[in-house]
Design a protein around this ligand. Structure first.
Ligand SMILES: Nc1ncnc2c1ncn2[C@@H]1O[C@H](COP(=O)(O)OP(=O)(O)OP(=O)(O)O)[C@@H](O)[C@H]1O
Length: 333
């Protein structure tokens, strides 16, 4: 079967039926994914971003045949996920973040041997393939150690090696860098980029915007089960390029009232505050027409303010603006 598309989803939807309450159980339907359409070309690295509960994992589970869609359809390399699941499974790998799925008491080598057997890798091919993958993910030399002594980054690399044993054409990576330190996360990104250079198609979910910006060819932002925006990282950033982003350090606690005052200033589209433990940082997205910074500082006049900086909008700014629009149109679930 030949097609240029590695992943194609058309109006994919999935609802879950749950029961709430104990004495008087009530049935509830959750529409986790409500009509997602996506096209990912062969060899592309495609990112799926969205807040908690947006429907990313549910979408991935339908694409990798773990869940049947309630409606809509999807094809992987031309094979239908509902009607040809075995053809699909042979060609995909699935790596999810976290601690599940590895045997702690076994070495990395024995884990990979076990999974190679399970995935039906030819016995003669198993060891060479395992050593090649240990090299690819940077675990060579540590393969005889038990997984229980592995750091989180090493486990994630081992997960990736496991997902690649049967040479899948399409790899689903669900939050691969969750809980991984910055240096290990950088190495993981390098591994993923190398895979894509080698021709593997990757669908990645992540909550780390810098990671998505660095890695992804294209991104879909999903919220409340539907795609809210799609494009290259630069195209998404273009949505907020017209805005000035202002960051103000504040040495007192910033309250809701301050943010409300800021949002009332004409030309200010968004105001948020974050703390790094010692200092609060207020971030303001403003139209260039909003005038001087004086009005912003006036709204924070009762606080001790420090450095004020302006910077280029990032993918995170674009993402937050897309998610804000979703909330503003009242379409949150
Ligand atoms: N097995 C299930 N039974 C009932 N509801 C579920 C089930 N799995 C997911 N959901 C619900 O479906 C919605 C989408 O969940 P999903 O896990 O796909 O989101 P997500 O975007 O992957 O979130 P996160 O970033 O938190 O992993 C959520 O409201 C979630 O509570």
């Amino acid at each position: 079967m030949t097609t240029d598309l590695a992943i194609e989803a058309v109006d994919l939807a999935r609802s879950y039926r749950t029961r709430t309450g104990w004495l008087k159980p009530q049935r509830k339907t959750i529409d986790a994914v409500r009509g997602v359409s996506l096209e990912v070309g062969r060899g592309e690295l495609f990112g799926l971003l969205g807040p908690n509960g947006a429907g990313k994992t549910t979408t991935i589970k339908m694409l990798n045949t773990l869940l049947l869609p309630t409606s809509g359809s999807a094809r992987i390399l031309g094979y239908d996920v509902a009607r040809q699941p075995l053809e699909v499974r042979r060609r995909i790998g699935y790596v999810f973040g976290g601690d599940r799925g590895l045997y702690e008491r076994l070495s990395a080598l024995d884990n990979l041997r076990y999974f190679a057997e399970l995935y039906g890798v030819e016995p003669r091919e198993q060891l060479p393939r395992i050593h090649e993958l240990l090299e690819t993910v940077g675990l060579k030399g540590r393969e005889k150690e038990r997984v229980e002594g592995y750091s989180r980054g090493m486990r994630q690399k081992l997960h990736i090696a496991r997902g690649l044993l049967h040479r899948p054409d399409v790899l689903f990576l669900d939050e691969p860098s969750i809980g991984v330190d910055p240096a290990a996360a950088r190495e993981l990104r390098r591994t993923v980029a190398d895979l894509v250079r080698g021709g593997t198609t990757v669908l990645l979910t992540t909550h780390y915007m810098a990671e998505a910006d660095e890695l992804c060819d294209r991104i879909a932002v999903i919220a409340s089960g539907t795609v809210r925006a799609e494009g290259t990282p630069n195209e998404l950033k273009d949505r907020v390029r017209k805005l000035d982003v202002l960051e103000i350090q504040v040495h007192d606690a910033v309250g809701e009232e301050h943010l409300r005052r800021l949002r009332e200033i004409e030309g200010i589209e968004r105001a948020t505050a974050e703390t790094d433990g010692t200092v609060d940082v207020v971030t303001v997205h403003a139209l260039p027409s909003h005038g001087s910074h004086a009005s912003v500082l006036a709204a924070l006049a009762d606080l001790r303010t420090g450095k004020v900086t302006t910077r280029e909008p990032t993918l995170e700014d674009a993402y937050l603006s897309i998610i804000d629009d979703t909330a503003a149109t009242g379409s949150e679930a």
